[in-house]
Design a protein around this ligand. Sequence first.
Ligand code: SF4
Length: 690
Amino acid sequence: MSATPATEISALFPYRVRPGQEAIVREVQELTRRGGPLLVNAPTGSGKTVATLAPLLEHAEATGHRILYLVRTHSQEVQVLHEARTIAHRLEKPILAVGLQGRARRCFLLENVAEIKGATAEEHGKLCADRKRATERAMHGEAPAAPAPELPEGGEIDLTDLDGCPYYARVLQSDLDGLVERFSGKLAAPHEFEKYSRDENLCAYELSKRLVPYARLVTAPYAFFFHPFIRRSLLDWMKATPAEVDLVVDEAHNLPSHLRDLTTVSLPQESVRRARAEVADRGDFQLPDGPSATRFFDIVGAAVEELIQALARDEDAVLPGTVFEDALLTAIGGTTHRFDTWLGALATWGENLRDERRRERHLPRSWVHTVALTLLSWPQLDAPGYVKVATRVPRPALEAYALDASVPAQPIRDCHLSVHLSGTLAPLDEYRDALGLGAGARLLDVPPHFPPENRKFLFDPTVTTRFEEIRNDPRAIQRIADRLATILQALPVKTAVFFPSFDLMQKVLDAGLQSQLPGNVFIEYAKVPMGDLWRSIEGWKKDPEGSVLLGVAGGRLSEGIDYPDEELEAVVMVGIPYPRPTAKREALRRFLDEKTGHGWAYTVEAPARRQILQAVGRMIRSENDRGIAIILDKRAPTFAADLPGLEPIGDLAATTRAFYGRRARWSPTASRSPGARTADDRPPAAPNGL
Ligand code: SF4
């Protein structure tokens, strides 16, 4: 494949430019002149990050613009800063790049405080603001008796013991110009920045905030830009208007659902129960001309529970009309006006409680306040932008589910330009329409550049995870387990297996798969903290005996984690990961059908295609990577256009011998007992002609 010398296309581009990269560089260069959105679908490993950053940095240096690069995962942030470093060497003067993270990750003072676990960003922000104020008072002599804040000893810390923040004091005392100089040009990776801050007892959160005004490039999680309150702060810190911001959204295929989640309003049954308990603990009181506060929450809780029980037989169900509001008014015997008055009184009570808890140096939280505000906003959250549902997942709740991602996407359109990158952004017009980016948005689909012979796509026409077939055939799960065990024994390389759900994965394990798995197996469980998962999976990748990992499509192992070289050489998809046919999904389909005419394609086929491509894409991260992907589902040919050369599985043992040759790390013809740790153990012979 021919490559263009870097200097011919961009003075900052640090490598020889491949054809796909050349197209991206030229599109971004054009974009810097005219502004607006550019959507880029380019395979992972195609070098789209550097191809985007080089022309953007050139433009930003010339115009004084700032690049805001939004990432979803830690590894993306590391990658962006790594590429920025390679480009920065070519600049005439050093630039500063700053990676932002939330306080939950960067607050050294409160990280060991039990009470802070699960705090919202707003709650954490208030606690921090109080400690910063106390620190400033002490340091400026307004409270001369206040001792200089001391570094807390290790172990559990009581929130009420803390006055002021020593880490913030150190930031105030530090030489900012010296720090700007120190980090300019070096472009520290996030963990390097955090290590430096910790070693120097500097608050990493406050330090990064103070460096941001000097930064040409800022990386941040999505929430920093799309949460209205945080965005205002971010632009203040950056000292930039939206028109001076060049925005990049990485792994952009996640953005529409992120924005829908961000604007969805939920009333969990548990929150109502906690609100009632809060009132009961603090002393019940009478609402103006109405019931007691505990009685009020009893009625709300009962109405929520009844609707979930009556309607949501499976996962969720649409709430008809104003059924919730009507149920409340009937049970309480009031009018809408009186109901709003009671909610106003409860919101005020909750606000006072938050203030009181804050004065007492506790987490400024009130469930009464949260529930009252949700109920006050409830009547406004109606069609066409919302659908109201009773749901059991992820917890029993009533929800006003946001359908229209284009509303919270508005800030994108305020920026000078925006580049939306992903290896699975296609169909690009779906993304454009979902975010309301307009017909003027440029769409760029970069074809894969990896040698086609390095990938093999197979499917098994004898099984399916089709819902009806699994429900109607008691042997269907057993068949999947047996088939999967046979296939895994025939794959002599590190293999990832991705299921459509944790539920199905557990059923297949219970059906006997667990005892038939070769080598050291890694199983992804839901709700394991990301740090723990990351450490464990890194261990499995390096483990020479690591053989199989089991996870879910669309989960943390099938997206966002790279497995280069021999860390992963085969992927098995159990079934097609079509999204579950929920009431929310159906409402979204109708909404997009009305808006674009492509409801089914956008809400059912496109997410399944993305999850397949994300999952099978894990094993091919560079031109030298090779791998076989097998889809255990007879419906796989629906996606044949995305899986070149897709063919029935046939004689897998012969295929793997021919494909992997001497790369295979063990022979597929000898037995290998589960959990064995020696390299000499072998998997059993593959039956059924595999
Ligand atoms: S200044 Fe930093 S370390 Fe101190 S409370 Fe705030 S976030 Fe935490």
